[in-house]
Write a protein that binds this ligand. Structure first.
Ligand code: ADP
Ligand code: MG
Length: 275
């Protein structure tokens, strides 16, 4: 579905932001990309819908090369990106119009558009705000509107580039829940870029970026088993994983690959009962 082949990219002013990155993301996958500031995550995200073109290598979306200008609109329809700052993504003064903005540019007929907008707003739980003024909404609500705007274009792939970074914990949890639902119910491929390691728990695959390269790749269990390596590049592990490491190090208990506090307590009880 999405293949990134030996992609390198250098901004006009600077050193390479991506160096020889190769990745394949399958239809229906839920992938999480983590990495510290400046590791190339946003540059990679912008490659996925042709907002940036590789200096070297190719990006193929559904068989279409992002360097092929004739396919760019089609590619943008397939891959929707939600960015970090909710305010930068609001373009009109009424929520409904904002959600309609993308499909309108695709030339979707009005009748279909009304249906799409209503469905998209319902999918993010914002149907009662259709006539509201976007600037009156909270950051989390604005991000939901931004997601609805992408959904109205019926994309196969939704990319969230630190879309929860500016939200409070509740707003963050809402967005994660909605994105998981979209993935499960509509089979949308999700690529979630995040600084919060907790958000990677339960995804299909985690990709760790460092210095413009794919540094590590694997299931959440595989990645979080390598806490020392993650810390060596300035990343951390989920709180439960850190606790589990300490318990093991001190010889108190081996909690397997528990990643949440719930799993950790289960594993601990099991281990206590066995001794
Ligand atoms: P991340 O999203 O992981 O923080 P970015 O992709 O934004 O990383 O940045 C990767 C590298 O590219 C960094 O060194 C950053 O300073 C540089 N960079 C990002 N955007 C620009 C830009 N518009 N112009 C020049 N350099 C940039
Ligand atoms: Mg970024």
């Amino acid at each position: 579905m999405l293949s990134i082949n030996n992609v390198s990219f250098t901004y006009e002013s600077g050193s390479p932001a991506l160096s020889n990155v190769s990745l394949r993301i399958d239809d229906g996958e839920f992938v999480c990309i983590v990495g510290h500031n400046g590791s190339g995550k946003s540059t990679l995200a912008k490659m996925l819908n042709g907002l940036l073109l590789p200096t070297e290598g190719t990006v193929i979306v559904n068989g279409m090369d992002t360097a092929d200008e004739d396919r760019l609109l089609d590619i943008r329809r397939h891959v929707g990106i939600v960015f970090q700052n909710p305010d930068n993504q609001i373009v009109t003064t009424v929520v409904r119009e904002d959600v309609a903005f993308g499909p309108e540019n695709l030339g979707i007929p009005t009748e279909e558009m009304i249906v799409r907008v209503d469905e998209a707003l319902a999918a993010v739980g914002m149907e009662s705000y259709a006539e509201s003024a976007p600037h009156m909404l909270s950051g989390g609500q604005k991000q939901r509107i931004a997601i609805a705007g992408m959904l109205a274009m019926e994309p196969n792939v939704l990319v969230l580039d630190e879309a929860t970074a500016m939200l409070d914990p509740l707003g963050r949890r809402d967005i994660i829940r909605i994105v998981r639902e979209l993935h499960e119910k509509k089979g949308i491929t999700v690529i979630m870029i995040t600084q919060y390691m907790e958000e990677a728990i339960g995804v299909d695959r985690v990709i760790v970026m460092n210095g413009g390269q794919v540094w590590m790749e694997g299931t959440p269990a595989e990645i979080f088993a390598r806490g020392d390596e993650l810390r060596s590049i300035g990343l951390d592990v989920p709180a439960a994983v850190e606790l589990r490491e300490q318990l093991k190090e001190k010889g108190i208990a081996d909690a397997g690959d528990a990643m949440t506090l719930e799993e950790l307590s289960k594993e601990l009880c099991r281990s206590l009962l066995n001794t």
